[in-house]
Design a protein around this ligand. Structure first.
Ligand SMILES: Nc1nc2c(c(=O)[nH]1)N[C@H]1C(S)=C(S)[C@@H](COP(=O)(O)O)O[C@H]1N2
Ligand SMILES: [Mo]
Length: 234
């Protein structure tokens, strides 16, 4: 994809913020095109939240301010909606399910990409099997304990084995800043699908657009097949 493609939320949001902070994080992507966009200065900064450089090529993103911290021992996730057995899972419950390891890239629609990240967790289809999906369910909705961010997948997408309820990243626990103790990792799609601070999973009768999708992003965020935004120039 092209570095000039729009950033999330508002077309120039994150790059403007990065530029203003002088972080230079986007490196080569922050060029003349950025300057023009900065000059237009359209970003409602408050909506973007914190954008901080992180180690290893990641950025830390949050659309909310400070997020409550959960230790691995205290963290809980509810799985309910159109399921046979609604359940609450703790870390120990996840650890008892089959573990899946994925070595895959992480790519944000704004252009940064971290190659070959090791993710470990429970493949979403294994979790769905543990609660039993009712025949009326057509989609899966994810909620964050940040109280704001949401995402969703069709049931077909959610049955992919490269969609993880991730409990480890790069050989260790998932840090708070990366959305730990447990986050979603949707390998084939742009990073905005990979909801951080996972707190709830609900089986629903239809896809409900998530946080960025309400703000113009594709609901189907396949890397390479999507421009991210519905209205992105091709
Ligand atoms: N709860 C929550 N999840 C989120 C986001 C967010 O702002 N809040 N940002 C998304 C986007 S756009 C990206 S690219 C990734 C970034 O993950 P990282 O902060 O671990 O690098 O998280 C995704 N999940
Ligand atoms: Mo992103």
């Amino acid at each position: 994809m092209n570095a000039d493609e729009p950033a999330e939320g508002t077309p120039v949001g994150r790059r403007v913020v990065l530029g203003m902070l002088g972080l230079g994080v986007a490196g080569a992507a922050v060029g003349g095109a950025l300057q023009q966009k900065v000059n237009r200065a359209l970003a409602p900064v408050g909506e973007i939240g914190n954008v901080l450089p992180a180690a290893g090529g990641f950025r830390y993103y949050t659309v909310t301010g400070s997020v409550k911290r959960y230790s691995a021992a205290d963290w809980r996730m509810t799985v309910d909606g159109l399921v046979n057995k609604p359940r609450t899972f703790g870390m120990a419950d996840l650890a008892r399910l089959r573990q899946t390891v994925l070595d895959k890239d992480f790519q944000c629609v704004t252009g940064w990409r971290v190659p070959d990240v090791r993710w470990v967790g429970v493949a979403l289809p294994d979790l769905l099997d543990a609660v039993g999906v009712s025949p009326a369910a057509k989609a899966v909705r994810f909620t964050s304990f940040d109280g704001t961010y949401t995402e969703s997948l069709t049931l077909e997408q959610a049955r992919r084995r490269d969609v993880l309820v991730a409990t480890q990243m790069e050989g260790g626990a998932i840090s708070h800043d990366h959305g730990g103790p447990v986050r979603l990792y949707v390998a084939p799609m742009y990073g905005y699908k990979s909801l951080k601070w996972l707190g709830g999973i609900e089986l629903t009768d239809r896809v409900r657009p998530g946080y960025w999708e309400d703000r113009g992003y594709d609901v189907d965020a396949w890397v390479g097949r999507s421009n991210g935004r519905d209205d992105a120039p091709t």
